[in-house]
Design a binder for this molecule. Sequence first.
Ligand code: FAD
Length: 630
Amino acid sequence: MADECDVLIIGAGPAGLMLGCWLARTGVKARIIDQRATKITRGHADGVQCRTIEIFQSFGMAERIQRGANELSEVVFYNPDEDGNLVPTSRIPDTEPDTSRFRHSVLNQGRIEDFLIDCMKTGGLAVERSMSPLSLEYNDSPTESHPVTVKIEHLVPVEDSSDPTSGLYRSNILSDEEFNRSRLRGGKVENIKAKYVVGCDGARSWTRKQLGYSLEGDSANIYWGVMDARPITNLPDIRVKVVLHSANAGSLMIVPRERNLVRFYIQLGTLQPGEKIDVSAQSPEKIIESARKILAPYTLECPEVEWWSVYEIGQRICKTVSFKNRVFLAGDAFHTHSPKGGQGMNVSMMDSYNLGWKLAACAKGLTSPSILDTYGQERVEVARQLIEFDHKFSRLFSGKPAVAESEGVSMEEFQALWVRMGKWTSGTAVKYDPSLIMTASSPTKTALAQNVIIGSHFESQMVVCYADAHATQFADRLVSNGRWRLIVFAGNMEDENQRQRFNHLCNQLMHADESPIKKYTPPSADLNSFIEVLTLTSSPRRVLSYSAFPELARPFVGKFRYPTYDQIFSDEVSYLDGGGMAYSGYGVDPDGPGCVVLVRPDQFIADVLGFEQCVENLAVFFDGFMIKAN
Ligand code: FAD
């Protein structure tokens, strides 16, 4: 007898765990399996982008990252001068000002996975370890509710005798046979039937192979070492990020980490076509020796190495990420590249963050499966941009610098690329194209809210909560719980005409038959459970009492119909924490007609609407994919 679940996640790395968080939060019946007996505890990815921390905030986890991580403030470029001596040539901020309310930070992947695992646990979902899939079958029958069957084998965990400081066991320099050596087969076998299966099983994805899909792109010709250590050095910039090109000995990157650790990325050598790296010849001593040569005349001792590994650089992508909208790939399973840009873990989590709410809505029968098409449309384009960036970045990073008249990579070109891509590498520059769940922009929409970009994520501004006078980051209200949001820029409540227009809009949204709130909120559910209205006035709180707002703006919820206090805000200066700049920040006229911003459950802006025709336009939008509850 097969066990049934809505979603089976294969692989509990960052992508799988982020998906698990969504499904646990939205009450979807999911299982998440991983072939490893234990989770990773050290090394691997460590860069956490601003946008990733914003998403962690929406799950209530950002504070844990901030407490444990090291925030990066500065990047220093070291290049050879005309005589070949290494000198710092420029310093720039690590995160461009006004990128996000959070800063680029570094913390090891194991801790980040801990936070995601704890978050999943609050929704009753836990990773099932030492489990590996054997086969995947798809039943095409239209009456089959759980069409994907995966046969799973419970592995017998192997005593792990490997050196805990070595990350070679997961490196891409291993052959498949070497990689699979630690999996001992022969345990119990079970069948899991699922509505949806998501392969978050990394660069060697078993799921991808079952679908017959493959990664395409460049094969590697350069290999790098990576090491986490507490170094002793006379390089003065060891506690800021350093990007260093030596004249003749190669390049390295230094990233200062939590607990006084330092991450080194060190160029080790080049490979001829078809040449394999000798795994047995790799060691931390060899990596340190290469680092010394690149850093000379600066000195380097590393008495304590916490973790090290060796990897090849290659940019590869699988352009098809779903099979019949029932089986999906996320994360490294469909894009791989060099780790130095600090992108892989972040982009992987953003893949499944994009997919999670859509799968949850489909699994519950709330939306048409056609919204799942947008997963590939949106994320393959991001992966393509990532590969393009990484290709340029790696070529310039690994190239020999042009010194004096000699041929080589232009350091000016490299630094210009770094600066130009700053917003992109923070994760905040992602913009999705128009689709079933994303409208096209127009001059009329732009005129309503000049800095609110359809297709981009909703940025934060400090606002003041009507009910308790607390200053709050507006985007903190975009909690990841599956709800859509209507952000109503209500305007000046001192203006009687504007107040009436706002009240009329709320009335229409709540009572008009075609309003998606009326149509798709189940009669027994809270008024804000499908679409939550967040109101921001340009006038101060004293102008209008909280209780004078219409019910839609401050709905009563739960069995006892408790009042809500966290949906109405003012753009006034707070007592202690600033504010008063939200209307200008979003580019909305504080004395104008106001507007409505439709935000998806993943914080992306789907539309900007005027008050008039708002309900009609929303009706057309949501009727395109919502399913009415019986
Ligand atoms: P993975 O992390 O590879 O997770 C896949 C999971 O699936 C694993 O737990 C694995 O055990 C499991 N699995 C695999 N096959 C099966 C199977 N058949 N059955 C069941 N389970 C299976 N990224 C950044 O964003 N920032 C960085 O600073 C950064 N630095 C890096 C440094 C290094 C040295 C390396 C190696 C990578 C770095 N990356 C970085 C990249 C990042 O680690 C990956 O992009 C990220 O881990 C991908 O997440 P994922 O969940 O898609 O895959």
